[in-house]
Design a protein around this ligand. Structure first.
Ligand SMILES: [Fe+2]
Ligand SMILES: [Fe+2]
Length: 291
C-alpha cells in the first residue's frame, strides 16, 4: 500500500473515533406526518400533471412510503456489506490499519441499519417490503465476488454513491422536510463520505495492481456486467414498485409505477444523482451508462 493510502486510512480511523451512535443523535420526538419526508422534487412522480392534481395528504403519504422504500434498499445493501466485512474479519489482513477501518465501517453500518429500523418502528407504517434481493446480479457480486477484487469494490462504490447523491439532494431542502428525517440523512451522509473515500481508494488500489494487458482482457467481460449491476442499483433505489404507490392510496399501483418510469423529470433527477459516480468510474477506465 502506498503512503497516501495508508495516511488516508489512518485519518479515517481517527475520524470514526469516538463512535457517534445515530440512535441517540436523531431527534425522534420531532417525527411527524404533517411534514414531507422526502422533498417534493425528490418524489418519483414530481413534474407530472397528475402529481400536481393530487391532494396534499396523498403527496405527504407518498413521501413517507417512498422514503421507507429507499431505506429498505439501504438496509439491503448494508446487510450485504456487513456480511462481507464480518466474514473477512475472521482472517484479519496483515495491514491492521485497514482491518481496523473496516470494522469501523461495520459498526457504522450497523448504526445506520438500527436507525432505519427505529424509524420504521416508530412510524408504525405498513412496510412496502420491497424484495431487493431480486436484484440478482448485484446480490451475486455482493455476496460472492472475492472480497479484495476490483469487482467487489466497484459494486460497493456504486452501491454507496447511488443512494448518497439522493441524500445530498434531500439535505438541500432542510426547511421543507421533517427534522427527524433530516437528522437521519445528515448522519448517514457524514459517515458515507468516509466510506466512499475508502471504497474509492480500494478501487483505485486494486485496479493499479492489475497489469494493463490483463485489464484489456477483463474490460469486455466486466464492463457489461457492471453496467447491469449499475442499472439494477439505480432502478431499485429510484423507481419504487407498485406497492409503494398503493400504500400511499394511489391505485392501481402498477399504473403509477409506469408513470414514474416514463416521467422525464424523474429521468433528469436520476441522471443528476448518478452522474458523479459515472464520472468517477470513467476516470478509472470503466465507462458505464444508464438508459
Ligand atoms: Fe450506511
Ligand atoms: Fe457505507
Amino acid at each position: 500500500m502506498n503512503q497516501a493510502a495508508s495516511e488516508l486510512l489512518e485519518q479515517l480511523n481517527r475520524n470514526s473515533t469516538p463512535y457517534q451512535d445515530p440512535l441517540v443523535r436523531v431527534d425522534w420526538e420531532a417525527l411527524s406526518f404533517d411534514r414531507f419526508w422526502l422533498p417534493e422534487p425528490a418524489l418519483s412522480l414530481h413534474g407530472l400533471p397528475e402529481f400536481d392534481r393530487l391532494d396534499l395528504d396523498i403527496r405527504l403519504a407518498l413521501s413517507r412510503y417512498e422514503f421507507i422504500h429507499f431505506i429498505e434498499g439501504a438496509l439491503w445493501l448494508e446487510s450485504l456489506f456487513m456480511e462481507r466485512i464480518a466474514r473477512a474479519a475472521a482472517r484479519p489482513e496483515a495491514d491492521l490499519t485497514r482491518a481496523s477501518y473496516r470494522l469501523h465501517e461495520l459498526r457504522e453500518e450497523a448504526g445506520h441499519s438500527l436507525m432505519f429500523l427505529e424509524l420504521m418502528r416508530r412510524s408504525r407504517l405498513p412496510l412496502p417490503r420491497t424484495r431487493f434481493r431480486r436484484a440478482n446480479l448485484a446480490n451475486l457480486i455482493g455476496r460472492h465476488a472475492p472480497f479484495e477484487s476490483p469487482l467487489f469494490w466497484i459494486a460497493v462504490l456504486i452501491g454507496e454513491e447511488v443512494p448518497d447523491r439522493m441524500n445530498r439532494l434531500i439535505r438541500k431542502h432542510r426547511d421543507d422536510i421533517c427534522p427527524t428525517i433530516h437528522d437521519i440523512i445528515t448522519l448517514h451522509v457524514m459517515d458515507e463520505a468516509r466510506h466512499m473515500a475508502h471504497a474509492r481508494e480500494t478501487v483505485t488500489g486494486s485496479l493499479d495492481g492489475i497489469p494493463p494487458w490483463l485489464r484489456r482482457v477483463y474490460r469486455p467481460i466486466y464492463r457489461p456486467m457492471m453496467n447491469r449491476v449499475f442499472g439494477q442499483f439505480v432502478e431499485a433505489f429510484y423507481y419504487p414498485p407498485a406497492r409503494v404507490y398503493e400504500l400511499a392510496g394511489l391505485t392501481p399501483g402498477k399504473r403509477w409505477a409506469r408513470r414514474a418510469w416514463d416521467n422525464p423529470q424523474r429521468t433528469a433527477f436520476v441522471r443528476e444523482c448518478v452522474s458523479p459516480v459515472l464520472r468517477l468510474l470513467a476516470d478509472n477506465g470503466l465507462t458505464l451508462g444508464w438508459r
